[in-house]
Ligand binder design. Sequence first.
Ligand code: FAD
Length: 544
Amino acid sequence: MASHAFDLIVVGGGAAGGVAALEAAEAGHSVALLTKSEPREGNTRYAQGGVAAVLSSQDSFEDHVADTLRLGCELCESSVVTEVIVGGPSVFEHLVDLGAQFDRDSNGDIALSREGGHSLPRVAHARGDATGAEIQHTLHRALSQHPRISVFPHQQAVDVLFDPEGCAAGVLALDEKSAALAFSAGQVLLATGGSGHIWRETTNPIIATGDGVAMAWRAGATLRDLEFFQFHPTCLYVAGAARVLISEIVRGAGGVLRDRHGERFMADFHPDAELAPRDVVSRAVFTRMVETEDTNCYLDLSEVDGDPHSLFPGISRFCRAFGIDIASDPIPVRPGAHYQIGGVRVDLDGRTDVPGLWAVGEVASSGLHGANRMGSNSLLEGLVLGVRTGRAIAAAGRAGAGITGSTDTHVATTPTTHSVTLNLQDITYSMKSLMWRHMGVKRAGSGLAEAQEKLAFWAQVVQELAPKEARTFELLNMLTVAHLATTSALAREESRGVHYRDDYPDRDEVWRCHTLLRAEHDKDRAFGTQPTQEPVGQASVPTS
Ligand SMILES: Cc1cc2nc3c(=O)[nH]c(=O)nc-3n(C[C@H](O)[C@H](O)[C@H](O)COP(=O)(O)OP(=O)(O)OC[C@H]3O[C@@H](n4cnc5c(N)ncnc54)[C@H](O)[C@@H]3O)c2cc1C
């Protein structure tokens, strides 16, 4: 097997991995940055609304902190919230220094929009609704020009590798033809983004399959709050079209939701109507779809202040391809899996509880979002904590001691040949439908238990019968994360933030705590683990 050696391996080149890699490289580290497909593909690229940060004199850190805590439903780690929000302006300047161009008002100041949950306009954007593309493009340019960073596209990391002391010391990756390559290093950073693709309806690109969470789990890291997954209320719903997100800024600018009879309904669900928190809007849309026996609701932009085509050029272009003129036609929308709030439990510097293994961005659970993410706080998190994590890794400066082997994982246990041919696509679709039905916007104990059982069965079948190639490992990761998230959702017998249970519709103080999943290191651990609770405020992880 071919191999490469570096000081640091960063798995993922989105906002979080990108800034972390640059920071570590600036401190003198040699960095290998692996991406699963094209270097610019990931959730970052598709972010529309923008980056929330305190950038105007009318705003204050206190207000941004208060809004974030309110939306997080008492599950935020307040020290993390403060740290991330206070770090906003400097990381924003850092991006501008790297060449990112944000939209400005007529005075030359950064133009700010308002999104749901924010008490005033504080969301900076680029080219209207192309903020993520601008950030991704800027970072990619800086990464590819840096003399100490080597970017390896189309390398799917499969598992963490360890040195004789049990410290993370590299990753095993597969290229497009499933040929294996070992990357060794003193430190490994997971920045693999989210897992939206375990659901049938999602705004995420296809790389979002939860690989980093599953890798961290197999490596023995603790996971936190996987039951909290945010659904975006307004995704374009046209058969055959990608579930493109219709950003919240559209509702912020005056777009309204209607049902099939043309009736506005959001005021029946929340005093802030269309600008209610996303979980409220998602449940309202879902409820109204069921009540009116429709497959979707409609977003009406006819009363938006300004020309929708120039305000939202990307959305306009995409809708036009399907014959929808956003200025006059109602846009069919329904909720879609959008943002993974839980993830690998980390401290403020991105440390997991596995020595040498770090995580940042959507793959990680830093404690910023609590039980509900406020729009545009996630790019902020990835950027601020990405810089912090890159610096902490550089300071840790551990030299690799050499790799001994991978975690037990599928690599060791999946047979290469078998007489039965599995239809992996069929299992993938079945998993996505199951997750949509039982782990979606609304959940209940009986459905969650059924999902848990089926996911465990499919995982076992895939593990035993599927060929040892890239798509098998990806599917096993999705099944692992789906199962672990369902296990966490079944354990949390209350409704809080984005986690809503029909059988426990109220918030319960007993559950004002995080849900932890700890790997117990028996071979069946993914499918037999019992979650435990961790009180809010005790989030520091053992240092590695
Ligand atoms: C449509 C959409 C709109 C959004 N709008 C906003 C917004 O306006 N504001 C906001 O704050 N947030 C928004 N978000 C969320 C935000 O974009 C993400 O949370 C954030 O970009 C995540 O950044 P990241 O660096 O953690 O991961 P990503 O940007 O997703 O990057 C993940 C990286 O990991 C790599 N990777 C994954 N698995 C592997 C593997 N096995 N091996 C190798 N590489 C791997 C990928 O190739 C990619 O490079 C939006 C998300 C979506 C999908």
